[in-house]
Ligand binder design. Structure first.
Ligand code: GSH
Length: 208
């Protein structure tokens, strides 16, 4: 049985939950790790992930961290070709958008999210907040262009792992209160994802 460590309020934990739902994989979850629960700095947790971060996946004696790597592992190990295509180029496109989410988009929202959602006292500088909003919107502008091209999903006409990580990121965009620029293709994409069962479970009000 697959086991997942991490609180469901974490966007990175919800990536794994969404992927398991798409792949029809049963999952046992240890809720009480992360912000508001047991600290991932605990030696028992750090023995699993030295970064002291959630999520961590345990599959028998195999331990894996980094949410996007976990998604790729699940698709590779459990017949996920429908969401992680075998074709080298199609797969590379999925990887590209997953990596972009992790290294470009995720850092772009950091200040605004900590300020407006977490309401962290260290993230309340108005100039830095404005700068963060501009940076986040610029990254979302890149996504808008891509969705204008595909008119469907992030890496093309079919739903893929990239849509799990980008879908949750778009959900965070709409769930973070500030004046958003209007991105029609992203709005349509968000509605398109709304037809999926996992989206109803892991996105939406109260789960930015
Ligand atoms: N690159 C990592 C980032 C993981 C990450 O930032 N996890 C956050 C939650 S989203 C965390 O562990 N926060 C500390 C905590 O909840 O105590 C991944 O994608 O798995």
């Amino acid at each position: 049985m697959l086991k997942l460590l991490g609180r469901t309020s974490s966007i990175n934990v919800r990536k794994v939950l969404w992927a398991c739902q798409e792949l029809g994989l049963p999952l046992e979850r240890e809720e009480d790790w992360g912000l508001g629960f047991r600290s991932p700095q605990a030696p028992a947790f750090m023995a699993l992930n030295p970064n002291a971060q959630i999520p961590v996946l345990i599959d028998d004696d195999f331990v894996l961290w980094e949410s996007n790597s976990i998604l790729r592992y699940l698709a590779n190990a459990y017949g996920g070709e429908a969401v992680y295509p075998a074709s080298v180029r199609q797969r590379a496109a999925v990887d590209q958008w997953m990596d972009w989410q992790a290294v470009e988009l995720n850092p772009a929202w950091s200040y605004v999210f900590h300020s407006r959602v977490r309401k962290h006292p260290d993230f309340q500088d108005p100039a830095a907040l404005l700068k963060g909003q501009v940076r986040w919107a610029a990254a979302m502008g890149i996504l808008e262009q891509q969705l204008c091209k595909t008119q469907a999903f992030v890496a093309g006409e079919h739903f893929s792992l990239a849509d799990i990580v980008i879908g949750l990121s778009v959900n965070r965009w709409f769930g973070t209160p500030f004046e958003h620029p209007h991105f029609p293709a992203i709005e349509q994409y968000y509605q398109r994802l709304g037809g999926r069962e996992a989206f109803e479970l892991y996105c939406g009000p109260g789960q930015p």
